[in-house]
Design a protein around this ligand. Structure first.
Ligand SMILES: [Zn+2]
Ligand SMILES: [Zn+2]
Length: 183
Protein backbone atom coordinates (compact mmCIF):
# COMPACT_ATOMS: atom_id res chain seq x y z
CA UNK A 1 0.00 0.00 0.00
CA UNK A 2 2.60 2.54 1.13
CA UNK A 3 4.91 1.48 -1.66
CA UNK A 4 2.38 2.48 -4.26
CA UNK A 5 2.43 6.11 -3.07
CA UNK A 6 3.60 8.43 -5.79
CA UNK A 7 7.19 9.52 -5.28
CA UNK A 8 7.95 13.24 -5.24
CA UNK A 9 9.36 14.64 -8.45
CA UNK A 10 13.00 15.62 -8.60
CA UNK A 11 13.90 17.96 -11.44
CA UNK A 12 17.58 16.97 -11.43
CA UNK A 13 17.10 13.29 -10.64
CA UNK A 14 13.99 12.24 -12.59
CA UNK A 15 14.14 8.47 -12.06
CA UNK A 16 15.69 7.79 -8.64
CA UNK A 17 14.20 4.29 -8.52
CA UNK A 18 15.90 3.49 -11.82
CA UNK A 19 19.25 4.90 -10.71
CA UNK A 20 19.03 2.93 -7.46
CA UNK A 21 19.19 6.06 -5.26
CA UNK A 22 15.75 5.26 -3.85
CA UNK A 23 14.58 1.76 -3.09
CA UNK A 24 11.62 -0.02 -1.58
CA UNK A 25 11.90 -0.28 2.18
CA UNK A 26 9.56 -0.95 5.08
CA UNK A 27 11.84 0.88 7.52
CA UNK A 28 11.08 4.23 9.13
CA UNK A 29 12.60 7.51 8.05
CA UNK A 30 14.73 9.22 10.71
CA UNK A 31 13.39 12.65 9.78
CA UNK A 32 9.60 12.07 9.79
CA UNK A 33 9.39 8.82 11.72
CA UNK A 34 7.14 7.24 9.10
CA UNK A 35 7.54 4.12 7.02
CA UNK A 36 6.31 5.31 3.66
CA UNK A 37 7.59 2.46 1.54
CA UNK A 38 10.77 3.99 0.17
CA UNK A 39 14.15 5.10 1.47
CA UNK A 40 17.13 6.90 0.01
CA UNK A 41 20.28 4.81 -0.57
CA UNK A 42 22.83 7.44 -1.65
CA UNK A 43 25.37 9.54 0.22
CA UNK A 44 24.25 11.70 3.19
CA UNK A 45 26.62 14.41 4.38
CA UNK A 46 26.36 16.34 7.63
CA UNK A 47 27.10 16.18 11.33
CA UNK A 48 24.45 13.58 12.08
CA UNK A 49 25.02 9.96 11.25
CA UNK A 50 21.86 9.40 9.25
CA UNK A 51 21.05 6.19 7.45
CA UNK A 52 17.34 6.19 6.71
CA UNK A 53 15.79 9.19 4.98
CA UNK A 54 12.64 9.00 2.88
CA UNK A 55 12.31 10.75 -0.51
CA UNK A 56 9.58 13.07 0.83
CA UNK A 57 11.87 14.42 3.57
CA UNK A 58 14.50 15.08 0.88
CA UNK A 59 12.03 16.75 -1.50
CA UNK A 60 10.42 19.14 1.00
CA UNK A 61 13.70 20.04 2.70
CA UNK A 62 12.81 18.45 6.06
CA UNK A 63 15.97 16.35 6.26
CA UNK A 64 18.10 19.36 5.48
CA UNK A 65 16.30 21.69 7.89
CA UNK A 66 16.17 19.21 10.73
CA UNK A 67 19.66 17.72 10.49
CA UNK A 68 21.60 19.93 8.08
CA UNK A 69 21.78 16.91 5.81
CA UNK A 70 23.22 17.34 2.32
CA UNK A 71 22.96 14.70 -0.38
CA UNK A 72 25.66 15.99 -2.71
CA UNK A 73 28.63 18.12 -1.70
CA UNK A 74 27.86 21.68 -2.82
CA UNK A 75 31.35 22.25 -4.23
CA UNK A 76 31.12 19.06 -6.29
CA UNK A 77 28.16 20.45 -8.24
CA UNK A 78 30.16 21.58 -11.26
CA UNK A 79 33.17 19.61 -10.00
CA UNK A 80 34.82 22.48 -8.10
CA UNK A 81 34.92 24.64 -11.22
CA UNK A 82 35.95 22.01 -13.76
CA UNK A 83 32.42 22.19 -15.18
CA UNK A 84 30.18 25.27 -15.39
CA UNK A 85 29.33 27.28 -12.32
CA UNK A 86 25.61 27.49 -11.56
CA UNK A 87 23.52 29.81 -9.42
CA UNK A 88 23.45 29.26 -5.68
CA UNK A 89 19.75 28.35 -5.67
CA UNK A 90 20.46 25.51 -8.10
CA UNK A 91 23.35 24.31 -5.94
CA UNK A 92 21.04 24.33 -2.93
CA UNK A 93 18.23 22.50 -4.70
CA UNK A 94 20.64 19.66 -5.51
CA UNK A 95 22.61 19.61 -2.28
CA UNK A 96 19.62 20.01 0.05
CA UNK A 97 16.52 18.71 -1.73
CA UNK A 98 17.57 16.20 -4.40
CA UNK A 99 18.58 12.56 -3.92
CA UNK A 100 22.28 12.16 -4.61
CA UNK A 101 23.97 8.87 -5.35
CA UNK A 102 26.78 6.80 -3.97
CA UNK A 103 30.12 6.82 -5.78
CA UNK A 104 33.41 5.17 -4.84
CA UNK A 105 34.93 8.62 -4.40
CA UNK A 106 33.39 12.04 -3.75
CA UNK A 107 30.36 12.30 -6.03
CA UNK A 108 30.40 15.06 -8.67
CA UNK A 109 27.41 16.59 -10.46
CA UNK A 110 27.65 17.60 -14.12
CA UNK A 111 26.58 21.13 -15.09
CA UNK A 112 25.87 22.61 -18.54
CA UNK A 113 24.00 25.57 -20.08
CA UNK A 114 24.22 27.45 -16.76
CA UNK A 115 22.20 24.74 -15.04
CA UNK A 116 22.80 21.46 -13.30
CA UNK A 117 22.18 18.41 -15.48
CA UNK A 118 19.84 15.55 -14.65
CA UNK A 119 21.41 12.42 -13.24
CA UNK A 120 20.86 9.32 -15.40
CA UNK A 121 22.52 6.86 -13.06
CA UNK A 122 25.59 4.79 -12.31
CA UNK A 123 26.67 2.78 -15.33
CA UNK A 124 28.84 -0.14 -16.26
CA UNK A 125 30.07 -0.99 -19.74
CA UNK A 126 26.74 -2.47 -20.79
CA UNK A 127 24.65 0.48 -19.60
CA UNK A 128 27.07 2.98 -21.18
CA UNK A 129 26.95 1.14 -24.51
CA UNK A 130 23.16 1.22 -24.34
CA UNK A 131 23.33 4.97 -23.67
CA UNK A 132 25.17 5.38 -26.97
CA UNK A 133 28.59 6.24 -28.42
CA UNK A 134 28.42 9.82 -27.16
CA UNK A 135 28.13 8.59 -23.58
CA UNK A 136 31.08 6.24 -24.02
CA UNK A 137 33.16 9.04 -25.56
CA UNK A 138 32.40 11.43 -22.70
CA UNK A 139 33.51 8.95 -20.06
CA UNK A 140 36.61 8.03 -22.08
CA UNK A 141 37.63 11.64 -22.45
CA UNK A 142 37.07 12.42 -18.78
CA UNK A 143 39.16 9.39 -17.77
CA UNK A 144 42.14 10.70 -19.73
CA UNK A 145 42.86 7.15 -20.90
CA UNK A 146 43.60 5.96 -24.39
CA UNK A 147 44.27 2.82 -26.39
CA UNK A 148 44.82 -0.39 -24.45
CA UNK A 149 44.55 1.27 -21.05
CA UNK A 150 41.09 2.53 -21.95
CA UNK A 151 40.01 -0.77 -23.51
CA UNK A 152 40.81 -2.60 -20.28
CA UNK A 153 39.22 0.05 -18.09
CA UNK A 154 36.09 0.11 -20.25
CA UNK A 155 35.80 -3.69 -20.06
CA UNK A 156 35.97 -3.45 -16.27
CA UNK A 157 33.34 -0.73 -15.88
CA UNK A 158 30.51 -2.09 -13.76
CA UNK A 159 27.40 -0.48 -12.36
CA UNK A 160 27.69 -2.20 -8.98
CA UNK A 161 31.37 -3.01 -8.59
CA UNK A 162 33.81 -0.28 -9.58
CA UNK A 163 35.14 1.19 -11.69
CA UNK A 164 31.75 2.78 -12.32
CA UNK A 165 30.68 5.61 -14.64
CA UNK A 166 28.10 8.27 -13.68
CA UNK A 167 26.12 9.81 -16.49
CA UNK A 168 24.13 13.05 -16.71
CA UNK A 169 22.18 14.83 -19.43
CA UNK A 170 21.83 18.59 -19.89
CA UNK A 171 18.20 19.64 -19.39
CA UNK A 172 18.54 22.29 -22.08
CA UNK A 173 20.69 21.11 -24.99
CA UNK A 174 20.63 17.37 -24.28
CA UNK A 175 24.40 16.90 -24.22
CA UNK A 176 25.58 14.07 -21.98
CA UNK A 177 28.34 14.48 -19.43
CA UNK A 178 29.82 12.65 -16.50
CA UNK A 179 32.82 10.81 -15.20
CA UNK A 180 33.95 7.51 -13.72
CA UNK A 181 35.75 6.47 -10.56
CA UNK A 182 36.90 3.35 -8.74
CA UNK A 183 37.61 2.06 -5.26
ZN1 LIG B 1 10.74 11.09 5.98
ZN1 LIG C 1 23.59 22.13 -22.33
Amino acid sequence: MAASAKLPEFKYHPNPLGTGSIELSEQTCEACGSARGYLYTGAIYGKHDLERICPWCIADGTAHEKFGAEFTDAGAIGDYGAWERVREEIVQEIAFRTPGFSGWQQERWFTHCADAAEFLGPMGRKELENAGPEAVAVVKQESGMQDEEWVQYFQALDRNDGPTAYLFRCRHCGVVGGYSDCH
